[in-house]
Design a protein around this ligand. Structure first.
Ligand SMILES: Cc1cc2nc3c(=O)[nH]c(=O)nc-3n(C[C@H](O)[C@H](O)[C@H](O)COP(=O)(O)OP(=O)(O)OC[C@H]3O[C@@H](n4cnc5c(N)ncnc54)[C@H](O)[C@@H]3O)c2cc1C
Length: 326
């Protein structure tokens, strides 16, 4: 996302209906709906999407198999029709809710923008398993999501990486795609005897040996090599490890969180903080791009509805009151 002359000029203008932090599927989708609703929108992005390693994005109706870069470029082309949406390749460094309900948003550490609403769509990043060189395989034969990449590896020799309930859930999920699954826990599995029995009865082999490395070339996985020297031929690895929010904006604004680390939200992705909305993986619901885009659309609907009602009431009564349903 290049910073255009319009963005430079717009940053000086400083007053916005909405500042959106994050231009992944969630933020882009919200920007489109808000643009079409004639809102003045500043869309900021640091260019570090979760899909950084992905070659093909699947399960997005009409875009199945598209490269994520191509998808983002197409979304930006859609936005070009709306001059009231300004895209800015800068970080939303911080945001503060003022006593009058507006937000003072610091962009790129230097520019102060004033906004009536904030949408946080900053996504998450994955913690790769601690296996040397795994980043060379990530997005090619190492994945996180069966719904994204399972079809391409149907009936393949699948390795699952993960301990305790994470490894169990991922191995169970993949039984729909293959019956040749090896759960590699890289040390003690942490699984109960009952869970181990369920896995074994489903034909899933459990390997608790520490992993030394992945064998393969140019991102193509051939085998898991254990520290013992044992080699387990595998074509693909799916892992489940923690993922981390890309920004602390939601915390610093005082949003509530769910037990699984997502930002708690209610009607139309409104958070517990009046005027603050969230969308995309940061909610930690279904982690697919089309769901992130839909959440962005819902948030945009909620934001525009609130702005319209606030202005309507102010014109009718002279009273300025923030509309926010959590
Ligand atoms: C290996 C892999 C394969 C995948 N394959 C698929 C697939 O096939 N199909 C599918 O549907 N999904 C797939 N996904 C998941 C998909 O990438 C996510 O569901 C989707 O990207 C979530 O969108 P988002 O808008 O929430 O976040 P993101 O796409 O991660 O976008 C968040 C954006 O926010 C920006 N940002 C962060 N902090 C700030 C800040 N402070 N200020 C400004 N900008 C900021 C980042 O730079 C980033 O561009 C895959 C994920 C991985 C890891």
């Amino acid at each position: 996302m290049r910073r255009s002359r319009a963005a430079n000029k717009a940053l000086r203008a400083r007053r916005w209906d909405v500042v959106i932090a994050g231009a992944g599927p969630a933020g882009l989708s919200a920007a489109l709906v808000l643009g079409r609703s004639r809102r003045r929108v500043l869309l900021c992005d640091t260019g570090t999407p979760r899909s950084w390693a992905t070659k093909r994005m699947h399960s997005f109706l009409t875009r199945d198999g598209v490269a994520p870069d191509t998808f983002r470029r197409a979304a930006h082309r859609d936005l070009q029709r709306y001059p009231n949406v300004v895209c800015c390749p800068m970080e939303v460094t911080s945001a503060r809710r003022l006593s009058n309900g507006f937000f003072d948003v610091l962009v790129g550490g230097t520019h102060h923008a004033r906004a009536r609403k904030m949408l946080i769509a900053t996504g998450v990043l994955d913690e790769l398993p601690p296996i040397a060189g795994i980043e060379h395989f990530f997005g090619k034969t190492v994945f996180t999501c069966p719904y994204c990449d399972g079809w391409e590896w149907r009936d393949a020799a699948i390795a699952v990486y993960g301990r305790r309930h994470r490894g169990f859930e991922m191995a169970r999920a993949l039984t729909g795609w293959s019956d040749d699954i090896a759960l590699c826990t890289n040390g003690r599995s942490g699984l109960s005897q009952a869970d181990q029995r369920s896995l074994t009865r489903n034909g899933i082999r459990i390997f608790q040996e520490p992993i030394a490395r992945l064998k393969g070339s140019r991102g193509r996985l051939d085998a898991i090599v254990f520290r013992s020297g044992r080699v387990l031929p595998r074509s693909v690895l799916f892992f489940d490890t923690p993922s981390h929010a890309q920004s602390t904006l939601a915390q610093s604004l005082g949003c509530q969180f769910t037990r699984n680390g997502g930002v708690r939200c209610g009607q139309y992705e409104a958070t517990s903080v009046p005027g603050v909305f969230v969308a995309g993986n940061i909610i930690r619901d279904v982690q697919l791009a089309i769901v992130a885009a839909a959440e962005g659309t819902r948030a945009a609907f909620g934001i525009n509805r609130a702005l319209t009602r606030e202005d309507f009431e102010r014109r009718a009564t002279g009273v300025r009151r923030i509309q926010h349903t959590f």
